[in-house]
Design a protein around this ligand. Structure first.
Ligand code: SAM
Length: 237
């Protein structure tokens, strides 16, 4: 459907009819050939704004594209967390190649991950749609719990495109289909568009004790609508 090596329509349908974890396990070998994998051009733009750090963690690391991108910046410890073993298998293969730190891959629900306040940098790419609004406070607390004082959570989001934008209607249509699917099929597949947008993301992150600010309002083409955001844990409580 997307690429000769990408998933076919029936495979995508099977994914959507599975639980979130099982869906990603199924699609993992083909995931890198879908538009759901964060593109290298976007990852590189984020990396260009980061300084070298001792410890970093990528939450919902998937097949490891984000880990691979930030690896050259990390001196001591690099961790990826994801609840799909299939996605982690691909990440393992990807990261076995190349130089730099060998990341630790943790098979776990991110909401249960305890980073023990040791990371200078937390990142997460392309995964906020998997967290319902009711889970965003817990996600924010997980991030805050992973950061050392002075550490930063850096992520990409955007503003709501507005009701007149065709993208909004496509997203609302997709979300409506998912609400319907999850009302009739168990277990649910949690994936909704237009979540954790600016400025909605500020509240849960602030409540978790992080200081949120815009690093860049608009990235380079084709991501002019994307925003690079930083949520910093204060150095002293
Ligand atoms: C769209 S993929 C993005 C993967 C990668 N970050 C990227 O940008 O290419 C979303 C990933 O989030 C993971 N995920 C979703 N919810 C999760 C949760 N609660 N805990 C751990 N992993 C989760 C999925 O297994 C999947 O690998």
């Amino acid at each position: 459907m997307f690429h000769p090596d990408g998933p076919t329509l029936p495979q995508l349908a099977r994914q959507a009819l599975s639980s979130t974890v099982r869906g990603y396990d199924l699609i993992a070998p083909r995931f890198d050939h879908t538009p759901f994998r964060t593109p290298d051009n976007l990852l590189q733009q984020v990396v260009d704004h980061l300084d070298p750090v001792d410890r970093a963690v990528d939450l919902c690391c998937g097949t490891g594209a984000g880990l691979q991108a930030i690896r050259p910046l990390v001196r001591q410890e690099l961790v990826g967390v994801d609840f799909s073993e299939g996605m982690l298998d691909i990440a393992r293969q990807r990261l076995a190649a190349g130089t730099g730190l060998k990341p630790t891959l943790v098979h776990q629900d991110v909401l249960a991950y305890d980073g023990e306040k040791r990371f200078d940098l937390v990142v997460s790419f392309g995964a906020f749609g998997h967290f319902l609004p009711k889970d965003q406070p817990a996600l924010s607390r997980t991030i805050a719990r992973a950061l050392r004082p002075g550490g930063r959570f850096v992520f990409v989001t955007g503003r709501h495109p507005g009701a007149l934008n065709p993208l909004t209607w496509a997203a609302w249509g997709f979300n409506a289909a998912m609400v319907l699917r999850n009302a009739v099929i168990r277990p649910p597949f949690i994936m909704y568009y237009l979540t954790f947008l600016w400025p909605d993301c500020v509240e849960p992150l602030s409540r978790a004790g992080l200081e949120v600010s815009i690093v860049h309002d608009g990235l380079s083409a084709p991501y002019q609508r994307a925003m690079l955001i930083e949520a910093r844990k204060p150095s002293s409580p």
